[in-house]
Design a protein around this ligand. Structure first.
Ligand code: UGA
Length: 441
């Protein structure tokens, strides 16, 4: 990994940092800061996560993470412990990187933030800075300050913009660092911890920093829902969504990134954050119909795909075996939270289909609730046996080059629906498959 060669132990003034929570945000943050030369204590109460990391193994599937972890452990600048209170005693900077799941009413559930504050409040050093990196509603910086009840401790917001699957790359090369707080000098000091990334620093007040996170994620959802809606229109008009993307993406005001139509946006962040922003707006008497429409368009896209698969299956899904390739919410992660693939498999099953599924990260004996009712398979070919339609829902590289002759030999009918537009449909057609994609048939 090229990153490891750069900036090693490069900071002039190493700081003492605590990171609370070893998840998708906490782990890269702790590794990045210790790689840059800071002394970091990472607190994680889950025994499995902690011991896995102490052994130099990553508890999450994430490119480059294990190599970085091992290199950082060698430097002795990272300590991984269980107790958040112990982690903060000497820390000048304390990053809160705990989970903020979606609550029942669409608002973010802040119980883990509240719990962390309770644990650390009596152990923080005078002059320490507590930094909210978890995605939290506007006003949480004030709430954290109140929960800590420490006038000698500053609280700032520092939203994270990394993506799963490229978390290490994104942390070392972010587009920007955003820090918000009452004391702009403190905010700038926190920004300084990330100076070696070379990213532009945006210093602002806490409420704006908190809103920036939601604005960024919901902007992305509206962009995706727009292109997904266009792909539905392509189906209705016999147009081609791949060419449409090429035709608009060259305009730099539009751009190609985040413009691939697919099975709808999912994962632990975009759905949660878009619902939360709707709830935040409502809580102050505002409405943002654009975001509600993006959410509705997302569900519509999933129903549309089910409709298309039903057509491919011969008009009815009752008793039809559908082979699903990919269950994670996107490739290069083991995360299935709010995965569009699971929404679609549920809709297919509700319509009477039987699902065989293969995903490189899901073992055949997985018994988690979200995969109950699916027949999990160990390979593409095994999943395809006797299936009427082969349906790609996650863009894993191994699905890009399928052996259609072999698949045709085991399937009940030669039909493929490419829900990620990763296939050359002509290759499938030359093996006598009926082949459709998102916005192309
Ligand atoms: C997202 C944001 O991209 C990050 O900037 C943010 O930090 C993160 O949420 C967060 O809040 O923690 P992530 O959830 O890892 O990152 O996933 P994305 O790469 O954004 O993908 C989200 C969904 O959009 C996936 O279901 C993906 O398959 C879909 N997608 C993405 C498309 O369908 N088409 C695209 O062109 C891009």
């Amino acid at each position: 990994m090229a990153i490891l060669g750069e900036h090693k132990g490069a900071v002039e003034h190493p700081r003492r940092v605590a990171v609370i929570g070893a998840g998708y945000v906490g782990i890269p943050t702790a590794l990045l800061l210790s790689h840059f030369g800071h002394q970091v204590v990472l607190a994680e109460r889950d025994d499995y996560r902690r011991s896995t990391m102490q052994d130099g193994r990553s508890p999450i599937i994430e490119e480059d993470l294990e190599e970085l972890l091992r290199s950082v452990l060698e430097t002795q600048r990272l300590r991984i412990i269980g107790d958040a209170a112990e982690a903060v005693v000497d820390a000048e900077f304390v990053f809160l990187c705990v989970n903020t799941p979606m609550g029942i009413d669409g608002h973010a559930d802040l119980s883990f933030i509240d719990g962390a504050c309770e644990q650390i409040k009596d152990h923080l050093m005078p002059g320490a800075v507590v930094i909210n990196k978890s995605t939290v509603p506007v006003g949480t910086t004030i709430r954290v300050a109140a929960a800590l009840g420490r006038s000698d401790v500053a609280v700032v917001s520092n939203p994270e913009f990394l993506r799963e699957g490229t978390a290490v790359r994104d942390s070392f090369g972010p587009d920007r660092t955003v820090v918000g707080g009452d004391d702009l000098e403190v905010a700038a000091t926190v920004g300084g911890l990330f100076a070696l990334t070379g990213a532009p620093l945006v210093v602002t007040d806490a409420a704006t920093a908190e809103l920036i996170k939601y604005a960024a994620n919901t902007f992305l959802t509206t962009k995706l829902s727009f292109i997904n809606a266009m792909s539905q229109l392509c189906d209705a008009l016999g147009a081609n969504a791949v060419d449409l993307v090429r035709g608009i993406g060259h305009d730099p005001r539009i751009g190609f990134s985040f413009l691939n139509p697919g099975p709808g946006w999912g994962g632990p962040c975009l759905p949660k954050d878009s619902h939360a922003l709707v709830a935040i707006a409502e809580s102050v008497g505002e409405q943002i119909p654009l975001i509600s429409a993006a959410i509705e368009t997302n569900s519509r896209q999933q129903r549309h795909i089910v409709q298309r698969v039903q057509e491919l299956a011969g008009g009815s899904l009752a008793g039809a075996r559908i082979a699903v390739l990919g269950l994670t919410f996107k490739a290069n992660t083991g995360d299935r939270r709010d995965s569009p693939a699971l929404v679609i498999t549920k809709l297919l099953r509700d319509a009477g289909a039987e699902i065989t599924a293969y995903d490189p990260t899901v073992p055949v004996d997985a018994s988690d609730d979200d995969v109950k009712g699916l027949t999990l398979c160990a390979s593409v070919l095994e999943a395809a046996r006797d299936a009427r339609v082969l349906l790609i829902l996650t863009e894993w590289n191994e699905f890009r080059e399928l052996d259609f002759d072999a698949l045709g030999g085991v399937m009940a009918q030669r039909a493929v629906f490419d829900g990620r537009n990763i296939l050359d449909l002509d290759t499938a057609r030359s093996a006598h498959f009926v082949a459709w994609g998102i916005g192309r048939s």
